[in-house]
Design a protein around this ligand. Sequence first.
Ligand SMILES: Cc1cc2nc3c(=O)[nH]c(=O)nc-3n(C[C@H](O)[C@H](O)[C@H](O)COP(=O)(O)OP(=O)(O)OC[C@H]3O[C@@H](n4cnc5c(N)ncnc54)[C@H](O)[C@@H]3O)c2cc1C
Length: 565
Amino acid sequence: MATVSQSAAPWRTHTVFNQPPPLEGVDVFTSHTALVEGVQREGAGWVLERASELGRLIGGEPQQQWGRLANENKPILRTHDRYGNRIDEVEFHPAWHKLMTLGVEHELHSLPWTSEEPFAHTARAALYMTAMQAEAGFCCPITMTFAAIPALRAQPELAAEWEPLLTATSYDQRLIEASEKGSAIAGMAMTEKQGGSDVRANTTVARALNGGGAGAEYELHGHKWFCSAPMSDVFLVLAQTDEGVSCFLLPRILPDGSRNEFHIQRLKDKLGNHSNASSEIELHGAWARMLGEPGRGVPTIIEMVGHTRLDCVIGAAAGMRSGVASATHHAAYRQAFGKTLIDQPLMRNVLADLCVESEATTALAMRLARAYDEAHADAEEGENDTDAQLFKRLATAVGKYWTCKRAPNHAFESLECFGGNGYVEESGMPRLYREAPLASIWEGSGNVMSLDVLRALTRAPRALEVFLEEVREAQGADARLDERVGELESQFSDPQTLETRARRVVESMALCLQGSLLVRHAPAAVADAFCASRLGGEGGLEYGTLPADSDFEAIIARSLPDVDR
Ligand SMILES: Cc1cc2nc3c(=O)[nH]c(=O)nc-3n(C[C@H](O)[C@H](O)[C@H](O)COP(=O)(O)OP(=O)(O)OC[C@H]3O[C@@H](n4cnc5c(N)ncnc54)[C@H](O)[C@@H]3O)c2cc1C
């Protein structure tokens, strides 16, 4: 039989060259220098070894396989079984369950609530930022489970029942009674068709079964327009009672083992976040128990919302770090016009600018996480309105607005560093890009966050002084920062136009805080480039517009992932 020799095969037209090696097997934590420094600086150095172990794990299969598989194989809604019985189940790819198992076993959902170590929020932030670089979608239920705990504690008997389950370190995907599994995942359902930001417009109603009141049983009727991770075991839900909007704890499986009247209408066909299911649900007399006082639903659930906003900031830092690691790695190998891209002057500007943004976001996220540690410690001492609590409240809103707004364009520029390859799914960059706008919308869209900053200042005017005190810790170190801080103070002088100017004001607050953190803690090259471009008017509207005398090499070297070269 005649054979065609390999070398003569018609598809062997060329040798593949000038393509980078895959970015594999990297310790995602240790190679993130700004994060390693941040976690030590903010008090949780004890987690370094553990974070590095997680970093090595993430750089393997989770980053190389699981994230992609979980996104390519979207969750499927099964409303009925084959006999026509309503089941309301969502089927996920095994990679999703692997990611969930990883998240729960590494205590991304629980560490601050169970650890005896100091600065456990800060430690968790480092672990979460590392793990999210494998895939963002699974972090949604992980975050909601983490964030449910402080809200749950409003009702001690419900906390006694659910907190051990929600902080357990095993994951069980089965839709059975949580007490039988010994663990649980939490979701939240606030948003309705007629309004999400304005939850007081909710039409879902709750009817008391035995008199009502805090901890009592109710029956919920109505719908929710967005309910992510609908296979979670328990949800915090807002519904109207005679006293106003109230918060409820609603399990998917009832105490007798039967299914609650929680029905999934359909799954959203989303821009990104494809691994995760986001659903529309109907509650046909679903059984629930009131969490907190009647009519106090918003203040009760806001405890949860606040902690999810912290994770939006950490998540923005994770996305930017992914982008920077991928872009710098690609540019370190790819040649064009006779030079490696990383050595082309204009590409160096783009890469360095992306690195500076990533560093600023990481520094802010880690400082914010420490504020959560300090604020919780004060609350445990029975103290209210302490400096740490005021800073946490204000900096969460400022940080969520700004870092989440910066993320999409950062992802786009990182993608563009790959040229055409970046627009192709296999590079992983389209997934990063599609995910990027979500955190800005979820849990308080841009305007809502800006207005939340003003609300926080109206409720506690001293918060501004506490915030500025933190910023002023860098006073005298950089004239551009000092000048912007001076301008910032004057931006509050015309209250009548403050709402219209809110985005501008919050942007200035965020830049001053980031500038102060970098001036105090980052290498001079990073801090100088930040202050020149973001505070001193020497930058443009796009990335790649740092002043020509920036120390590009030093800035990029810190962010380039450490692989054998
Ligand atoms: C993928 C995904 C998953 C989600 N998962 C969940 C979930 O699990 N549970 C849940 O409850 N919700 C969830 N949401 C809903 C999300 O939290 C809401 O979409 C968000 O809070 C905005 O609410 P809305 O969509 O009703 O928009 P609206 O409230 O109508 O806001 C529309 C726009 O108007 C702006 N705006 C609102 N008020 C003002 C004002 N006073 N001044 C100026 N501008 C204003 C907003 O900033 C926004 O840009 C999810 C959303 C997405 C995209």
